[in-house]
Design a binder for this molecule. Structure first.
Ligand SMILES: [Zn+2]
Length: 309
C-alpha cells in the first residue's frame, strides 16, 4: 500500500512528466468503484485543460487544471445556459478572468482539480499510446504530447474524483508542514493510544502504520501511551521524529521515481531500513532487546520495550 513518501515520490515524478501538458480526452472503464465522481463529470472536468501542477495532499495526488476556452465559442454554443450558470457559480473565483474575457474576448479561464487516491494497489503510469494496456486499467487520460496517464488498480480500492466548484481540501494537517505547537496541541489530552492518534487522518493526514511505528521508536514513546500522559517535551520529540522518518523515506524514494511511475509500479522504491516495523522477535538495533508486537485499534504495532517508555 503506498504510504505518504511513496505518494510524494509519485506526485513529484508525475509533475516532472506531465506539468504543462494538455488533456485532450479521457477514457473511463466500466467498473464503478474507482470513480468517486460520475464518469461524465470526471471526463468533462479533465478534457481540454492544461495541467498546471501535480502535488501531494496527504495520501492524495492532486492535478491542478486550468481550462482554456476560446471566448468566441462560449456565448454561442448550444449549452450556453449551462455555461452561464457555471460562470455565475464561480463568479467569486474567476471574476477577474471573466472580466478579461469581456474586455478582450481572449480566453475564459476556470480551474478544476483531478484527485487520485491510490488505495491499496492503484498506480499511475505515464506511457506512450502504443504501450500495452494492462489488465485492470480503469482510466486513460490522453495528453497533447501523445503520452497517456493511465490508472491501473487490480483491487479497486483506489479512487478518482474531481473538484470543480470548490478547491479540494483533505482533512487533517500536513505532517511535513505542521509546526511544533500545533502538533503538540493535536495530541495533548487525547484519551486514545498515541499510535491510533497518529493514524487518525482527521489529525495528521497521510501518516501510515509503518511510519507511525518508526516515529514512535525514534521518539522513545510506547505505542499504547495515551496522548494525555505524554509530556510536551516528548511530543516535541515525536514531531521531529515524524518529519525525519518521512523526509528520509522521500529522499530514498527520490532516486527511483522513474521506475516507480514508468515500469510496473512495484519495482524500485527503496524502503527505509525499518528499526521496529515488521521486526517482531528480532533484536532492537540499539539495545538488542527483542522487538514486540501488539495490536492497537486493529493495527499491528511494533516497539522496543526497553528503548520506548
Ligand atoms: Zn531498544
Amino acid at each position: 500500500m503506498p504510504e505518504l513518501p511513496e505518494v510524494e515520490t509519485i506526485a513529484r515524478g508525475l509533475s516532472q512528466r506531465v506539468t504543462g501538458d494538455v488533456i485532450e480526452s479521457v477514457w473511463l472503464g466500466q467498473k464503478k468503484e474507482p470513480l468517486k465522481s460520475p464518469a461524465a463529470v470526471i471526463a468533462a472536468a479533465l478534457e481540454k485543460t492544461r495541467i498546471s501542477a501535480v502535488r501531494r495532499m496527504g495520501k492524495h495526488i492532486v492535478f491542478d487544471l486550468d481550462r482554456l476556452e476560446s471566448a468566441a465559442k462560449t456565448p454561442s454554443s448550444g449549452n450556453g445556459k449551462r455555461q452561464k450558470n457555471q460562470l455565475k457559480q464561480r463568479s467569486g473565483a474567476t471574476s477577474a478572468a471573466a472580466q478579461t474575457q469581456a474586455n478582450h474576448g481572449v480566453v475564459f479561464k476556470s480551474k478544476a482539480q483531478w484527485i487520485v487516491h491510490l488505495g491499496m494497489t492503484g498506480r499511475l503510469q505515464v506511457c506512450g499510446p502504443l504501450a500495452k494496456v494492462e489488465k485492470h486499467t480503469h482510466a486513460v487520460v490522453k495528453l497533447r504530447s501523445g503520452r497517456e496517464v493511465r490508472f491501473i488498480d487490480p483491487r479497486r480500492f483506489g479512487r478518482l474524483s474531481v473538484a470543480t466548484s470548490a478547491e479540494f481540501d483533505a482533512t487533517g494537517v500536513e505532517p511535513l508542514e505542521v509546526d511544533v505547537e500545533t502538533f503538540i496541541n493535536l495530541f495533548r489530552g487525547r484519551k486514545t493510544p498515541i499510535k491510533s492518534a497518529l493514524l487518525n487522518q482527521k489529525l495528521l493526514r497521510g501518516v501510515g502504520n509503518i511510519y507511525a511505528d518508526e516515529s514512535l521508536f525514534r521518539a522513545g514513546i510506547r505505542p499504547r501511551r495515551r496522548g494525555s500522559s505524554i509530556t510536551r517535551k516528548q511530543l516535541a520529540k515525536l514531531h521531529t521524529a515524524v518529519k525525519e522518518v518521512l523526509e528520509e523515506a522521500i529522499a530514498l524514494g527520490g532516486s527511483s521515481i522513474s521506475d516507480y511511475v514508468d515500469a510496473d509500479g512495484e519495482a524500485g522504491f527503496f524502503q527505509l531500513q525499518h528499526r521496529v516495523y515488521g521486526r517482531e522477535g528480532e533484536p532492537c538495533r540499539i539495545c538488542k532487546t527483542g522487538i514486540q508486537r501488539v495490536v492497537i485499534g486493529g493495527r499491528s504495532s511494533h516497539y522496543c520495550p526497553r528503548c520506548q517508555k
